[in-house]
Write a protein that binds this ligand. Structure first.
Ligand SMILES: CCC[C@@H]1OC(=O)[C@@H](C)C[C@H](C)CCCCC(=O)CCC[C@@H](CC)/C=C/C=C(\COC)CC[C@@H](O)[C@@H](O)C[C@H](O)CNC1=O
Length: 155
């Protein structure tokens, strides 16, 4: 149950930030936060990461529903000691739903976090993407860590 609160918090923060960007900024407007590193740029994406599959909304709905159902089943099955795993799943759940709301309501995803990692202009993303990526990273670390733990028990 606790994990759904994390997912809900991610959705709220994601939707509030997107709502502010849509309300306060015109499309393409950019605000410098840290020169040459971080900008807030009002952007829209009809695709997935890096703008792949532009406009394939039905495909995105399908994938997102499968991802969300999978995550909920996984969260329900969690045991007590899988705390971090649950947090990772909750972050991914919140992120997936956050972008899903945009895709259903706006038919496009609002993006605004514009970072330049070294000289590479990383694709503009949003809070939901960050939650998804952080969730994936935590899950990846947990899986590695779990593997290591099991090996130790065996030896
Ligand atoms: C993060 C997943 C993207 C997110 O997937 C979602 O919604 C999920 C729930 C539904 C998709 C239909 C299915 C995932 C497709 C897989 C994918 O795409 C490969 C992802 C790799 C990833 C490593 C895990 C890299 C990271 C990229 C970016 C995020 O950097 C922080 C750049 C984000 C910008 O291109 C921004 O314009 C994207 C826009 O906001 C729409 N977002 C989505 O489609």
């Amino acid at each position: 149950m606790f994990y759904y609160l994390i997912a809900l918090a991610v959705i709220l923060i994601d939707q509030v930030t997107k709502w502010m960007i849509v309300k306060e900024m015109y499309y393409g407007q950019s605000i410098t936060v840290i020169e040459n590193f971080l900008y807030i740029t009002s952007h829209r994406n009809r695709g997935a990461a890096w703008g792949i599959l532009q406009g394939q909304m039905w495909f995105f709905y399908l994938i997102t529903v499968v991802v969300v159902v999978g995550l909920i089943i996984y969260i329900q099955k969690l045991k007590k000691q899988d705390k971090w795993f649950g947090i990772a799943l909750a972050l991914m759940l919140g992120g997936a739903i956050g972008n899903f709301i945009d895709r259903v309501v706006r038919k496009e995803v609002v993006d605004f976090v514009n970072t330049y990692i070294f000289t590479y202009d990383f694709p503009i993303f949003n809070v939901a993407d960050s939650a998804l990526v952080v969730g994936v990273i935590i899950m990846f670390i947990m899986t590695l860590f779990e593997g290591k733990m099991k090996k130790e028990h065996k030896e």
